[in-house]
Design a protein around this ligand. Structure first.
Ligand code: ZN
Length: 83
């Protein structure tokens, strides 16, 4: 999966607030406590794919990549949260 696809999907995840940048450092993406956000992020990815935004990638590949973006988000910021 190209960096372009990953970046675009990450933008969708941010736009739907499925992930949110850490309020403290703004660097790490945190998983939002919003159950409606992930389906909205997938829906954005689907419609972008239908527009041909991802070139030759299959819809399945796009969905798997989006899942990766959402899974990569942290629950607690590794930089700001004391452990
Ligand atoms: Zn932080």
């Amino acid at each position: 999966m190209s960096g372009y696809v990953h970046e675009t999907l990450e933008q969708f995840a941010r736009a739907t607030q499925a992930v949110i940048p850490c309020e403290c450092c703004g660097h790490f993406l945190l998983s939002a406590e919003n159950k409606n956000a992930a389906p909205a992020a997938y829906a954005m990815a689907d419609s972008a794919w239908k527009r041909g935004a991802f070139g030759g990638a299959s819809l399945e590949e796009i969905r798997v990549a989006m899942k990766g973006v959402l899974r990569k988000a942290y629950y607690l910021c590794p930089s700001c949260s004391p452990d």
